[in-house]
Design a protein around this ligand. Structure first.
Ligand code: UT7
Length: 365
């Protein structure tokens, strides 16, 4: 009996042909397919974050608009938010310290990064993109990068995109950042929106893994008909900046809170439920839900739908408010010490677009 290995592919699928009786007219060939389960997944190998030092408390808002601490806390869960103050500071100045923190924790030089994706609706400028600006500030010479504009779901859209780059086998270190300087587009005379938003950035490093850790599944959705409820009308090609767009406050974010609330409650809960169902996961299998931090009531509804107990639902909305694309990575950053290797974590978001989605991550660190 002799063995001959005909080929071995990069995915480690080997076909072995065994000619059993070389001297007879007919000999049997047994083809054995050996799958080594070597599929590449994108593991989260480090998490970094940054919130600026200046804080706006509910008490501060009581002096700015007709509101009160009790209303804000019971309707949203928010107690304070961090604001990036200072001449010449922009979203990239949130991205840079978050990525520096990530690199320090992973023990790598920023120049080892292959690609940077920045989810943001408050880019420094329309172009160049914020990823390019941040890479330059970090002294990164060998990476390419781009921004993703998908509001509060931007981090999940970017995480799925970054994971696909790693899964392709072509990129070894992809950084996905969620960052927003919401204070730049907030109308601080509109009490219904200004109390909600804050500034911050969170970043994760994705690296290839072959043991089944990392970003395992995502359901991402969008519905452009929701655009009328949450948008910023001025400054783009539809309404280029002018004295009129400024006078009409079109350079500020607009939100019609109630319809957004209704869609968010069903959207985030449904997609999270769909994700765990299609992966045959039960509430017992889930270690943590990391939801977009827009409103505690939306988070509670999502957790209820998934059958999760309170201690599994991670929240920091009380300290940071809604930092749009940054909420999910900032929440992972805050709670990373609680997570254990192998934990099943569900990330869920809903926001402007409408955009929404849920992602299943098997924790690696
Ligand atoms: O992250 C992107 C996705 N965004 C979201 O998920 C946000 C979704 N929406 C929400 O979270 C909620 O709709 C808000 C927190 C924005 C508002 O809460 P609400 O329970 O939907 O309040 P409401 O808009 O129905 O307003 C109730 C009342 C109104 O007064 P009247 O008409 O009942 O007299 C508002 O004028 O509360 C009033 N109100 C306030 N009162 C005190 C609105 N803002 C304030 C305020 N302080 N800051």
């Amino acid at each position: 009996m002799r063995f001959s290995i005909l080929f071995a592919t990069s995915s480690k699928q080997m076909t072995i042909v065994m000619p059993l009786a070389p001297n007879v007219l007919y000999f049997l060939k047994f083809v054995i397919q050996i799958n080594y389960m070597q599929k590449i997944t994108a593991a989260i190998t480090a998490v970094g974050g940054f919130v600026p030092k200046d804080v706006l408390t509910n008490a501060d808002f009581e002096k700015m608009v007709d509101t009160n601490d009790e209303w804000i806390k019971t309707r949203t869960g928010i107690e304070e938010r961090h604001i990036l103050k200072g001449e010449g500071l922009a979203t990239s100045d949130l991205v840079v310290p978050a990525v520096q923190d990530l690199c320090k924790r992973r023990g790598i030089d920023p120049n080892e990064i292959d690609c940077m994706i920045v989810a943001t609706i408050t880019p420094d400028m329309f172009f160049p993109n914020t990823a390019n600006v941040a890479c330059d500030k970090l002294g990164i010479k060998n990476a390419w990068g781009f921004d993703v504009l998908a509001a509060c779901s931007g981090f999940l859209y970017s995480l799925t995109t970054g994971a696909a780059l790693v899964e392709s086998g072509r990129y070894k270190k992809v950084v996905v950042v969620g960052a927003d300087k919401m204070s730049a587009i907030t109308d601080y005379t509109d009490r219904a929106t200004c109390i909600l938003f804050g500034d911050g950035a969170g970043a994760v490093l994705l690296e290839p893994d072959t043991d089944g850790y990392g970003v395992l599944d995502s359901i991402l959705k969008s519905d452009g008909s929701g655009g009328k409820y949450l948008n910023m009308k001025g400054g783009g090609s539809l309404n280029p900046p002018s004295a009129e767009t400024i006078a009409n406050k079109m350079h500020y974010m607009f939100q019609d809170g109630q319809p957004v609330f209704k869609f968010a409650v069903t959207g985030m809960a449904d997609v999270s439920y769909e994700l765990i169902q299609r992966n045959n996961l039960t509430a017992d299998d889930i270690a943590f839900l990391v939801p977009h931090q827009a409103n505690k009531r939306i988070i509670d509804a999502t957790a209820r739908r998934m059958g999760l107990s309170d201690e599994k639902v991670l929240m920091n909305i009380q300290r940071y408010g809604n930092t749009t694309a940054a909420t999910i990575p900032l929440c992972i950053w805050d709670y990373q010490d609680r997570m254990k290797k192998g934990d099943n974590i569900v990330l869920a978001a809903f926001g402007g677009g409408f955009t929404w989605g849920a992602t299943w991550v098997k924790w690696f660190i």
